[in-house]
Write a protein that binds this ligand. Structure first.
Ligand code: SF4
Length: 364
């Protein structure tokens, strides 16, 4: 006999719950009431939904679960950043990073278990690719952290494990829940999707979600170097990615952030800064320069401060707006994929390492 599999209520919106309520002979207005307990109060049991009739609470318990993940590990940085390793029922796991600021609470989400792009400086890339997350699983990342920390999330960034635009349909479904007033109620302008550049999906994002922020991770100013640092460049070379960027800017008229991780002697020279400024001249962009996070066993060394400052100064001199970021959470392996990788190396969670060790080690 087929076991009755309970659905996860986390990830649902009223329109998903109303048909079930109808079949149970319950009024449709209960959907909003129930979901307020899920997303606003973030209760951990249906029994805690005190203004829902007892009978309906029991029916809910019989048909749904309230979250499916468990937090396997939490690391807290001296700067307040917290990194969570979230384990799904099947045993695979993702990282979620919470970044508390004075009046903001930002959470960085993953969209895939591992990443098929395999950038050689990225711990996630090194761990290989297992699967894409469903929309419910993406929503649950934010829900679980918000519940555990008793914090209301104000901002979301999709800069964790995986390439969000290679999982576009599930990302879009999750965005509906995050943005909906019956869900998390986070305004689109407080959500940032980061990509290494999937041209047709950048344009779809511009059409479907014109107010969501886009961050484009270039990491290299020429195809030769980018083919190595961001292997998806072999499929979508810079010319195509930059054409999509221009079209994106035309469609949304919103500034795009260019992410550029600085690695000593790989992409942080004067010549790279000049090439990058030529590529970006005249575009409505802002460059974030991020000194990389060192991943053990790789040749990638974060640019020393003087090289990073010189790189930023050269971009500025050529009229490109730039911010030199500091890397948060260094003491807790906060670069994308590091905690996941460490668990994998212990054989506790991940076991699908790139056997050829072609990939070494940060997130989009
Ligand atoms: S940097 Fe981003 S795109 Fe590259 S392997 Fe890591 S998670 Fe994937």
């Amino acid at each position: 006999m087929r076991k009755n599999v309970k659905k996860n209520i986390v990830g649902m919106l009223p329109e998903d719950l109303v048909p079930w309520l109808g079949r149970e002979g319950e009024p449709s207005y209960r959907a909003r009431q129930i979901l307020r307990w899920v997303y606003e109060k973030r209760v951990s049991s249906f029994q805690d939904m005190s203004d829902i009739p007892l009978g309906l609470r029991e029916k809910l318990s019989a048909s749904f679960v309230l979250g499916t993940t468990r937090i396997a590990e939490v690391r807290t940085s001296s700067d307040g950043t917290k990194k969570f390793l979230l384990v799904f029922p099947q045993g695979d796991s993702v990282e979620v990073v919470a970044i508390p600021q004075r009046s903001w609470y930002t959470v960085c989400l993953s969209t895939q278990v591992g990443c098929p792009v395999r950038c050689p400086f990225c711990a996630t890339g090194r761990a290989g690719f297992r699967r894409s997350l469903t929309a419910d699983e993406i929503v649950e990342e934010a829900w679980r952290v918000s519940q555990s920390e008793r914090e209301r999330i104000t901002h979301l960034v999709f800069m964790g494990m995986g390439e969000p635009l290679l999982n576009y349909e599930e990302l879009a479904r999750a965005l509906r829940v995050f943005q909906s007033r019956e869900g998390f109620g986070i305004g689109s302008r407080r959500i940032t999707v980061s990509t290494v550049g999937v041209p047709e999906k950048m344009l779809q994002l511009a059409r479907d979600w014109p107010e969501v922020n886009l961050a484009l991770s270039l990491h290299a100013p020429s195809d030769d170097l980018r083919n190595f640092l961001v292997p998806l460049n072999r499929t979508y070379p810079l010319k195509e990615v930059l054409a999509a960027l221009r079209e994106y800017l035309h469609l949304t008229r919103r500034r795009v952030t260019i992410e550029y991780t600085l690695w000593q002697d790989f992409n942080d020279g004067k010549v790279h800064a000049l090439q990058l400024s030529r590529l970006l001249r005249g575009l409505l962009v802002h460059v974030n320069l991020i000194p990389g996070n060192r991943i053990k066993g790789t040749p990638f060394v974060p640019s020393p401060p003087e090289r990073a400052v010189a790189f930023a100064a050269l971009l500025q001199k050529h009229g490109i707006p730039v911010t030199l970021r500091r890397s948060r959470g260094r003491d807790i392996q906060a670069a994308c994929g590091e905690l996941y990788r460490i668990h994998g190396l212990r054989g506790e969670v991940a076991d699908d390492y790139c056997p050829e060790k072609r990939c070494n080690a940060t997130g989009n």
